[in-house]
Design a protein around this ligand. Structure first.
Ligand SMILES: [Zn+2]
Ligand SMILES: [Zn+2]
Length: 308
């Protein structure tokens, strides 16, 4: 039985509380602009030394955004003494989390309903109410990268980070853990039905813990554990429903899905191409960018690194 972690109402004390519980945190400015990298880590600087953020040895504790996240109490005290109003960021993957992020301002509620129709109700887990009226569902991180986009207004956050309660947005609204406001470390596995198709098939039976799987559906057109398969019409709809800032992502996501399904002879690629290109044109993508995107989606999607 997990006991919830009481979160102090003030940001500096809350940051310490998370760190003491083993959660890596870092400062995020109110306006979300990042803390500067040192010149050796700044790609724009003439002193820049080429390196991967996760392999940084510069020793400056704020470089590379969430890669700076730490449980070092001394450092955390210093950060929040300098900036008592800084929000608390937590990288998802580095903390062993993968997060379903539902943003109702971008159509997340409808997408979530559509998602549940497709894959069933998501397993209950640690939830956070976001300052913007949205919802975070925290699951244990799977061993591989996830597609960043679950639909318009739904992100699968894995490589990225989330803000933690009591972080505050520009209008003064705060993040808050659902229930009694205490934080409970997630123990529920990332839903198997939300895994990229390739990884789902590769999971050895022993790893698929029955407790967290969706009930088997055997109606026609349904697959065990995975809900209904996408049809060309669904893919077209996904593009048509995409939010303005998200059209390219939505189109690319649908194109990857189309190639995956076509490779398994579940849909016709030519039919999908015609449908998706006309959807692209309907939502304002140019024909040439849509064609290029559809082509680039043809390399095996699960081999690509998706950005959360
Ligand atoms: Zn640096
Ligand atoms: Zn660096």
């Amino acid at each position: 039985m997990s006991v919830g972690l009481r979160i102090p109402p003030k940001l500096p004390a809350a940051a310490e509380a998370y760190a003491e519980a083993g959660i890596k945190v870092f400062r995020v400015r109110r306006n979300k602009t990042p803390y500067a990298n040192c010149p050796r880590c700044d790609r724009q600087s003439s002193l820049y030394v080429k390196h991967r953020p996760e392999e940084c040895r510069c020793g400056v504790p704020t470089c590379h955004g969430f890669w700076a996240a730490t449980t070092d109490i001394t450092l955390i005290r210093r950060w929040w003494r300098e900036e008592p109003d800084a929000n608390i960021g937590a990288p998802c993957k580095l903390n062993g989390w993968a997060v379903v992020d539902i943003d109702p301002r971008n159509g997340g509620r409808a997408s979530y309903e559509a998602l549940e129709k497709r894959v069933g109700v998501l397993p209950g887990t640690t939830m956070q109410l976001t300052a913007g009226g949205g919802l975070h569902m925290l699951y244990c991180s799977p061993d591989f990268d996830l597609p960043g986009l679950g639909g318009p207004g739904i992100d699968f956050k894995h490589n990225g980070y989330i803000l933690l309660a009591p972080s505050v947005n520009f209008s003064g609204a705060r993040y808050q853990w659902a229930g009694d406001g205490a934080f409970i470390a997630p123990t529920v596995s990332w839903p198997e039905s939300l895994l990229p198709r390739k990884q789902r098939r590769q999971l050895p039976p022993a790893r698929a813990t029955p407790r967290h799987r969706f009930p088997t559906q055997d109606r026609r057109g349904q697959r065990p554990g995975g809900g209904r398969l996408w049809t060309v019409a669904d893919l077209v709809q996904h593009v048509m429903d995409s939010h303005e800032g998200n059209r390219n992502n939505a189109f690319f996501f649908a194109s990857c899905r189309a190639h995956e399904l076509a490779a398994q002879n579940l849909i016709g690629l030519a039919e999908a191409e015609v449908g998706l290109l006309s959807a692209a044109s309907a939502v304002g993508l140019t024909d040439s960018e849509a064609r290029a995107s559809f082509e680039s989606a043809s390399t095996r999607p699960s081999d690509r690194r998706w950005v959360a």
